[in-house]
Structure formats: structure tokens, C-alpha cells
Design a protein around this ligand. Structure first.
Ligand SMILES: [Zn+2]
Length: 141
């Protein structure tokens, strides 16, 4: 799917979020999502000294939605990664959600659109395309 103007705006909001809060090794990824009610909510990742306690930016953004707005759904979500000071390429690039975030996004809106890097340029897909055969406990539907 091609990006809409609203998708491009969402990418810019995610870039601004991580630009404001970037700290090398601590906050390097920003996320922005648009709820089904049209609100834009951001998050940045929480890295942690105890690595397994780290939380992805998408999870922080979804947590803010649930805390502030309740079940508002996810119309579209995007994550972007800020380059480290040692990297030559300073672009804040769109990154694909990790496997855990794919589960989380699906749980909070199984019809969410997700902005991802494409082969040539950034594109839009759906969470169900990114997460075929989602984890299920036993035979529940
Ligand atoms: Zn993740």
C-alpha cells in the first residue's frame, strides 16, 4: 500500500518524539500511532540495565493510549530508529516492529495498519500480514 499524507505525518511525529528524547543506549526508537478516534500518541523505547526489562517504543505508545484514552484502537502505527552518534548515516529511519510488538499490536487492534520499510521505500501493510498464524493458546478461536 502507498503512504497517505496522514501516514507521512505520523512518521514525522515519531521522528520528533525520538529527536526530543534520544539518549545513546537508552532511548533510540520512537513510535507514533493514530487511534481509531483520530488521536496521535507517541512513545519512546525504555532500554534497561537489566536487558530483559527493556520495553519497545510501540509498547510505551500503546500503554499511553490505554492509560489516557482506554480502548481506542490502532488505526496506524510506525516506529523509527535514531542513529547513534558514531553512525555516518544520521537518518531517523522507519523500522519494522519486532516479533513481540507484532503480537502486542495485533492484540490491541487486529486490523491495524503498520508503516514498514519496503524494498525500495517505506510502505504500509497490515498487522495480520506481518503476523501470520498468530500465537494462540490451544484451540480457542
Ligand atoms: Zn518491539
Amino acid at each position: 500500500m502507498k503512504l497517505t499524507k496522514a501516514d507521512r505525518e505520523l512518521i514525522e511525529v515519531a521522528r520528533e518524539a525520538i529527536k526530543q528524547r534520544y539518549r545513546n543506549d537508552w532511548q533510540e526508537v520512537g513510535a507514533a500511532l493514530r487511534t481509531r478516534t483520530g488521536k496521535i500518541v507517541t512513545g519512546v523505547n525504555l532500554d534497561a540495565y537489566l536487558g530483559r526489562m527493556a520495553v519497545c517504543a510501540e509498547g510505551v505508545a500503546i500503554g499511553r493510549v490505554i492509560t489516557d484514552l482506554g480502548e481506542a484502537g490502532i488505526e496506524t502505527i510506525v516506529a523509527v530508529r535514531h542513529a547513534k552518534p558514531t553512525e555516518k548515516d544520521r537518518t531517523i529511519a522507519v523500522v519494522s516492529p519486532c516479533g513481540s510488538c507484532r503480537e502486542l499490536i495485533w492484540d490491541y487492534d487486529r486490523n491495524a495498519r503498520v508503516i514498514v520499510p519496503g524494498e525500495k521505500s517505506v510502505t504500509v501493510t497490515t498487522i495480520s500480514d506481518l503476523l501470520p498464524n498468530k500465537y494462540k493458546r490451544g484451540a480457542e478461536t
